[in-house]
Design a protein. Structure first.
Length: 453
């Protein structure tokens, strides 16, 4: 695409799709085409990574706050005017806050903003990643539907600080209700005539666009595939312009920080994970919904008190999406809600969605479903992911049919995926697989030659 988005804000009406702009070629491909298809009989019900009830469009999501001063129930008379009046104070408060990305990577938000601000370029962008492809995650959906003003205000705060004039929200096309709610909020914002504009773009329900550079490719009308870095988006992002990319929950946290100070936010949580986190508790919890919980709370309390326990017998938890951590119930008492607690024990917190693994779930079939999903969602750009996910898919499928897995070869495959993949899709796959091999040996050991020691 030869023409970039400079002056797009002058050429479109509020709330329209990027592809609807008459002077920009219509985007035909938002997500990567699948290289490998999941067999029809394993899509949806038979595949572990299907949608839970609260992820579906039109479903009202219950919200519970377990924080004294709720960050995500923040209200002020005129939130956008409030942000504009505090422009000179935004970077300082974010520096003090310790706010990290809530989408899973955990990169300091203030650092991203500093990098973008420092770039000498008249055209800059703020991009909100609202694709939310992780299984069991619906906290972004909740915020877009119920608190769109917080999301837009956070993007606006980042934009006026770094010198951007356009904020783009890339929202899953499965979230039709959220899209309409956001568009209505954009119309309200437009009355402020601040010089900052918003644009909504429908995503294509492609898992790879959760990776920021693949999302930027998709916005440009290119194939959604990961980019080689450096340069990073803060240096060269959308149309090679400095771009701040973050997720819905991160942006929605910013207004509270500006109002209450960064130090107040840093005082919540732990030294490595400040503030609070929206935790999605889905199917099989007695109290499903989005729960706002301060970082540092015990996983045991989250599961059994806030979540109310389970409606079925459960043997483990899949936390943080398909590329998160697989936690056996025996480890629940050893973990708290923080990035560092999970990492210390070999797990990943990720987006912090929690999916129950019922006793009836076959763990080896769960591993197969995991490889199926990643082989299907791989953008195919790098060989380790494109070929490695396919190889793992075949190895596990063959094991289910009676052919034993060679442990050394399997370990080498996982190492290749982790070290050689271009982005977190292939690089993150070994984490849940290794969690399963370590903590569910009694269920998967029989599929390996010589068992698992």
């Amino acid at each position: 695409m030869s023409e970039n988005l400079q002056s797009l804000s002058e050429r479109r009406g509020p709330g329209g799709d990027l592809s609807e702009d008459s002077r920009i070629p219509k985007i035909q491909l938002f997500g990567a085409k699948s290289f490998y298809e999941i067999p029809e009989d394993r899509i949806s019900k038979k595949n572990f990574f299907g949608k839970c009830d609260l992820e579906k469009d039109g479903t009202k999501i219950p919200f519970y706050s377990h924080v004294a001063d709720s960050i995500y129930s923040f209200k002020t008379k005129d939130i956008y005017q409030f942000i504009a009046e505090n422009k000179s104070n935004i970077q300082l408060q974010l520096n003090d806050s310790g706010l990290t990305g809530r989408g899973g990577a955990g990169f300091p938000f203030a650092k991203k903003l500093e990098i973008c601000t420092a770039q000498q370029n008249k055209t800059k962008y703020v991009v909100c990643n609202a694709e939310e492809g992780d299984t069991g995650a619906f906290s972004d959906k909740y915020l877009l539907e119920e608190k769109p003003d917080l999301v837009l205000a956070g993007m606006y705060a980042a934009g006026i600080t770094m010198g951007a004039e356009l904020g783009v929200l890339y929202i899953s096309d499965e979230y039709l209700g959220a899209i309409e709610t956001v568009r209505e909020e954009i119309r309200k914002f437009a009355s402020h005539d601040s010089g900052f504009k918003f644009q909504v773009v429908k995503g294509g329900n492609s898992y790879i666009t959760g990776e920021e550079s693949a999302l930027l490719n998709s916005l440009e009308g290119q194939r959604a595939e990961a980019r080689v870095r450096p340069p990073y988006p803060g240096q060269e992002g959308l149309f090679k312009k400095p771009t701040l990319v973050s997720n819905v929950e991160t942006f929605a946290t910013v207004p509270w920080i500006i109002k209450n100070t960064g130090m107040a936010h840093a005082a919540l949580g732990t030294s490595g994970s400040s503030g609070a986190k929206l935790v999605s508790l889905g199917n099989y919890f007695k109290t499903p919904g989005v729960h706002e919980i301060e970082f540092g709370e015990t996983l045991e309390k989250i599961v059994y008190e806030y979540g109310g326990g389970f409606t079925e017998h459960v043997k483990g938890l899949f936390i943080g999406g398909p590329l998160g951590g697989v936690v056996p119930m025996s480890a629940v008492t050893q973990l708290n809600l923080s990035i560092e607690s999970f990492e210390e024990r070999g797990f990943l917190l990720g987006h912090a969605s929690i999916v129950a693994i019922c006793q009836s779930v076959s763990i080896i079939e769960l591993v197969r479903d995991l490889f199926d999903l990643m082989a299907n969602e791989s953008c195919g750009k790098c060989f380790p992911c494109r070929l490695g996910t396919r190889a793992g898919q075949k190895i596990v499928a063959d094991a289910i049919n009676g052919r034993k897995i060679d442990k050394n070869s399997f370990d080498q495959l996982l190492e290749t995926l982790q070290l050689g993949s271009l982005c977190g899709l292939g690089g993150g796959l070994p984490v849940p697989v290794r969690n399963i091999l370590e903590h569910f040996k009694s269920e998967v050991g029989e599929y390996f030659a010589g068992g698992l020691l």
